[in-house]
Ligand binder design. Structure first.
Ligand SMILES: [Zn+2]
Length: 97
């Protein structure tokens, strides 16, 4: 399972799996689920609803960087780029959407 294209707009990460299947995942959800160690820790401590805790630049996608054959990295507007989003994770987020 590997998308043929991953792009973003102002609100969504758009994952095109093939000609027929496209998932749109809210950027708030993508950022909230950042799999890096730092964000995983922060998530554990967070008690507030995640939609309220992000600044605009933290939800802006500067760059989408392919990682091997299995994942992408997202460089966010605040410079954070530690999270490696496997395609499996993207699929899961899309389902939770
Ligand atoms: Zn992170």
């Amino acid at each position: 399972m590997k998308p043929i294209n991953v792009t973003s707009n102002e609100d969504y990460l758009i994952v095109q799996w093939d000609e027929k299947n496209t998932d749109e995942i809210l950027l708030t959800s993508v950022r909230w689920n950042c799999p890096c160690a730092y964000c995983s820790e922060a998530r554990k401590d967070a008690e507030t609803e995640h939609f309220t805790v992000f600044h605009k630049e933290e939800l802006t996608v500067d760059e989408i960087i392919p990682v091997g054959n299995y994942a992408i990295k997202i460089r966010w507007g605040d410079g954070h780029d530690m999270g490696i989003y496997t395609f499996e994770l993207l699929k899961k987020l899309a389902k939770e959407g």
